[in-house]
Design a protein around this ligand. Structure first.
Ligand code: NAP
Length: 251
């Protein structure tokens, strides 16, 4: 068996249609896992699933809005009915609605908290039951370095990502004795649709703060998630792994 082999495992990835989530789905599929992708846009989601199937993987699409209170339960039910088990949950779906705090609208605050944080509560709660029964599970929350250091104009986003870290550590303590690990990955600036809107000037300013002097790519994050999904990471729980080219180093 190869290092971080995920054959016979099933993985549910929110926001799996593009960007980091799609990269994670491809990596877990390459490692042998059967993958379940959820996101809102059905056409994009179906295309993502088809691409994974064309490369020899087993993938399924389940379109939904993760901020809906029933989303977690519905998605987990679909996975269990289809595959009979759920081993890995990746809470990745996320949005940004940037504004300075003084100008931030209630809707901008609520949309980000509901999509990025409340959804992880729904999905984690739903996934924990089958994982506890199986006495094995891996839950990985995609946070952000912004949740660790804050960012002007991103109070809602930073709060949601810091909240995910608190959720991660509390859940990790609750289920540690059941063979389930819960960890967070905090990416730095990664090249996806989310960062595509940054101007060349902004990108240069960001690079000047990164010791490796480059933005990350989806594969950098996906590799960390593959490790956290595997048997080999069994003794690692309640941690935040920053994948950021050295931008934020713990003190
Ligand atoms: P992205 O390219 O914008 O992709 C976001 C994904 O989430 C899409 O699949 C999107 O699909 C899905 N999504 C958004 N809202 C949803 C909802 N309400 N229900 C279901 N699915 C939803 O973003 P990304 O850059 O890959 O980011 C992925 C995660 O990494 C996010 O949590 C983000 O905060 C985090 N992150 C990103 C960076 C970065 O630099 N890119 C850095 C740190 C952390 P639909 O639109 O079709 O629903």
């Amino acid at each position: 068996m190869s290092f971080c082999d995920l054959s016979k495992k099933t993985a549910l990835i929110t926001g799996g249609s593009r960007g980091i989530g799609y990269g994670i789905a491809c990596e877990l599929s390459r490692a042998g896992a059967e993958v379940f992708l959820v996101s809102r846009n059905e056409e994009r989601l179906t295309e993502a699933v088809q691409r994974i199937q064309e490369s020899g993987g087993t993938a399924h699409a389940f379109p939904l809005d993760v901020s809906h209170p029933d989303a977690g339960q519905d998605a987990v039910k679909f996975v269990i009915e289809t595959a009979g088990r759920l081993d890995i949950l990746v809470n990745n779906a996320g949005i940004a609605r940037d504004n300075l705090l003084l100008r931030m609208k209630d809707e901008e605050w609520d949309a980000v908290i509901q999509t990025n944080l409340r959804s992880a509560f729904f999905f984690t709660k739903a996934a924990m039951r089958p994982m506890m029964k199986a006495r094995w599970g891996r839950i990985i929350n995609i946070s952000s370095v912004i949740g660790l250091i804050g960012n002007p104009g991103q109070a809602n986003y930073a709060a949601s990502k810091a909240g995910l870290i608190g959720l991660t550590k509390s859940a990790a303590r609750e289920v540690a004795s059941r063979g389930i690990t819960v960890n967070a990955v905090a990416p730095g600036f990664i090249e996806t649709d989310m960062t595509a809107a940054l101007s060349a000037e902004q990108v240069n300013e960001i690079k000047s703060r990164i010791p490796q002097a480059r933005l990350g790519n989806v594969a950098d994050v996906a590799a960390a998630v593959r490790y956290l999904s595997s048997e080999e990471s069994a003794y690692l729980t309640g941690q935040v792994i920053t994948v950021d080219g050295g931008m934020v180093m713990g003190g």
